[in-house]
Ligand binder design. Sequence first.
Ligand code: SF4
Ligand code: SF4
Length: 67
Amino acid sequence: MPKIEVNKEFCKSCGLCTVQCPKKIIKIGSEVNSKGYNIAEQTDESQCTGCKLCAIVCPDTAITVYK
Ligand code: SF4
Ligand code: SF4
């Protein structure tokens, strides 16, 4: 089953991945990294198709997709 991993320290909370995900299963979470940014998180791993759009759009290469 595909899943994503967000590098917590790379995320800058821009929200681009939340907009691009066709399944709308990424949100900006409540966890904050050391720079003060809220970290993006996947809400429903079971719906992830592994399309990698979230990883491609992330300007900070914070997302890795595992298929
Ligand atoms: S790989 Fe595709 S479906 Fe999975 S979280 Fe990223 S954008 Fe969404
Ligand atoms: S696109 Fe990247 S930097 Fe922006 S919220 Fe998503 S994971 Fe964080």
